[in-house]
Design a protein around this ligand. Structure first.
Ligand code: AMP
Length: 278
């Protein structure tokens, strides 16, 4: 497995590899867990050359967010990448060139849900992913449904700009009690870790009520809220799975229930498909 420690090294690797087959890219911020590993494993059979990127991207953190404390484990991450068949790992110390002055923004999809409380987040994500796609010249790239809004934004970005990359989604990998795996789970105290399972429990309660015929989203949200044990809810919403527009009544179209909530100083997110269009 090759270690690529600069954008120039990634570009040179990609230039050589694309002559002999397709390139797959798994973008991450590191501190890899089984959710990340599932994305590497899912992409392995659909490309000839597979690169994982590990970069804690300052552009996607707000001023008061956890950039300085974001967990890191370079050696563990390299072992995970190797174990799941990566051909190369891009671990740059610097990502952006001197004089960098470009921001990629996707409107509409980025305004609600996480975008409402993290107004610069998705521009940071779209900018770094566009740069990663450009440097790696990847044919296919994969993102977790854990960050459902991010996946929708990046699909929109690739389609709108005609970028020659197929964007795939991978299912959410969970702990045995249902908590979606996240690098940020490491921040949780023992008591908060126990309560954190209530995010997925609340979404499952909403799913179960929908399966029993409840169509009214306000009623579904009330059911979810009664199961949510957190310090502060950011949002608990049901949206159209394609447009991310709020839904009042479940109907034929695929819908998604999403939650974001704070436990102490840790913000967690989760989501599930809901209703018969799923
Ligand atoms: P991150 O390192 O948090 O930026 O995540 C890198 C990629 O892994 C993103 O596409 C995430 O959506 C995905 N991911 C994170 N957690 C999970 C999970 N529990 N299951 C599946 N994918 C995940």
């Amino acid at each position: 497995m090759e270690i690529l420690d600069s954008p120039a090294a990634l570009a040179a690797w990609a230039d050589a590899r694309r002559r002999t087959g397709t390139i797959g890219l798994v973008p991450t911020m590191g501190y890899l867990h089984a959710g990340h590993a599932s994305l590497i494993a899912a992409l392995r059979p659909v490309c000839d050359h597979l690169v994982v990127s590990i970069f804690v991207n300052p552009l996607q953190f707000g001023a008061n967010e956890d950039l300085a404390t974001y967990p890191r484990d370079r050696e563990g991450d390299l072992r995970t990448c190797a174990a799941h068949g990566a051909d190369a790992v891009f671990v740059p110390t610097a990502m952006y060139p001197e004089g960098f002055a470009t921001t990629v923004t996707v409107s509409g999809l980025t305004e609600g849900l996480c975008g409402a409380s993290r107004p610069t987040h998705f521009a940071g994500v779209a900018t770094v992913v566009t740069r990663l796609w450009g440097l790696s010249r990847c044919d296919v790239s994969i993102f977790g449904e854990k960050d459902f809004q991010q996946l929708a934004v990046l699909r929109r970005l690739a389609e709108d700009l005609g970028l020659p990359v197929a964007v795939r989604g991978g299912p959410i990998v969970r702990e045995p009690d249902g908590l979606a795996m996240s690098s940020r789970n490491k921040y949780l105290s023992e008591a908060d870790r126990a309560r954190a399972a209530s995010l997925s429990a609340s979404l499952r309660a909403m799913q179960a009520a929908a399966a029993q015929g409840e169509r009214d989203v306000a009623a579904l949200v009330a059911i979810g809220r009664s199961t949510l044990h957190v310090d502060r809810e950011d949002y608990l919403s049901v949206v159209d799975a394609g447009t991310l527009a709020p839904v009042q009544t479940l109907g034929g179209r695929a819908a998604r229930a999403l939650v974001a909530a704070w436990l102490g100083s840790t913000r967690l997110i989760d989501n599930v498909a809901i209703g018969e269009g799923t």
